[in-house]
Design a protein around this ligand. Structure first.
Ligand code: PLP
Length: 270
């Protein structure tokens, strides 16, 4: 690989960590050394400082306005990537290992989610096994949904296999969970149809280190007693996502990307 290749001559198609807008990288570069003239860089900023408190809350508000998130939903930041959510979802949403949860397996990521889910719930496959590879989503008449399931899980866009749901699946009143990691903020999503929508930042809205979790408020406080505290949605919500040291840098980059999206016409514009 040439060591003299210029950023402006490079087209980076990597799905994640994905390319960031130049404007964002340029602004971040300044603030690595000196954040808003405070005399210290953003990575050195205390997560209990008024500056981070403002940044944290503003970032949550930006998500609220860009996605038109209804007021009965909380916007949380957790760590551990999308992969941590594979466990956080069943732990927060279901009372015991006897609960059945329905998974749409449409590619590698939902398959991984279901494999992790098997540790915590009885996993039911909504679709029959895709023998010819993951090419399509069978029509609703072929779905095998469990009445009264703990939740229904789907991956809005399979980053590796490329299968994308045109709209959230209609699963009636069962809580619907969406892994939106790889199409997050590329188009509007009706949050109100979901119990939880989550997305790791590095695919579309920033860098690795922070996962956005949008959760309906009435689902908080029902996690299993042995849920690790850093995955407990209610604890994260109560602490406004600063229960322990948050990934200040990752939230900062997320903030810049959200402002960039806002400037370019919001999610509708994107
Ligand atoms: C990348 C990806 C994940 C896993 O994210 P990590 O941050 O690596 O844990 C989960 N779901 C989807 C759709 C992804 O693209």
């Amino acid at each position: 690989m040439s060591l003299t290749r210029k950023r402006e001559n490079t087209i980076n198609f990597s799905p994640g960590p994905a390319a960031l807008p130049d404007e964002v990288v340029r602004e971040a570069r300044e603030n690595v050394m000196n954040y808003k003239g405070l005399g210290l860089g953003v990575m050195e900023l205390s997560h209990r400082s008024p500056e981070y408190t403002a940044l944290n809350l503003q970032t949550q508000d930006l998500l609220r306005s860009l996605l038109h998130i209804p007021s009965n939903y909380q916007v949380l930041f957790q760590q551990g990537g999308g992969t941590a959510q594979f466990a956080a979802i069943p732990l927060n949403l279901t009372p015991s290992e006897d609960t059945t949860a329905d998974y749409f397996i449409t590619g590698m990521w939902s398959q991984k989610a279901a494999k992790e889910g098997e540790k915590f719930v009885k996993v039911n496959h909504v679709l029959s096994k895709a023998d010819g590879g993951y090419m399509t989503i069978p029509e609703q008449s072929q779905w095998n949904l469990t009445p009264g399931a703990g939740f229904v899980y789907y991956c809005a866009n399979e980053t590796v296999h490329g299968v994308e749901f045109p709209e959230p699946p209609d699963v009636g009143s069962v809580p619907l969970v969406c892994d939106a990691s790889s199409n997050f903020l590329t188009r509007p999503i009706d949050i109100a149809k979901h119990a939880v929508v989550y997305a790791g930042a590095q695919k579309n809205v920033g860098c690795a280190g922070v996962t956005v979790v949008i959760v309906r408020e009435d689902l908080l406080g029902k996690c299993r007693p042995y849920t690790p505290v850093v995955l407990d949605y209610a604890v994260t919500a109560k602490a406004k996502s600063v229960y322990n040291t948050p990934p200040v840098w990752s939230v900062y980059i997320l903030n810049l990307v959200l402002k960039w999206i806002q400037k370019h016409g919001g999610v509708e514009g994107i």
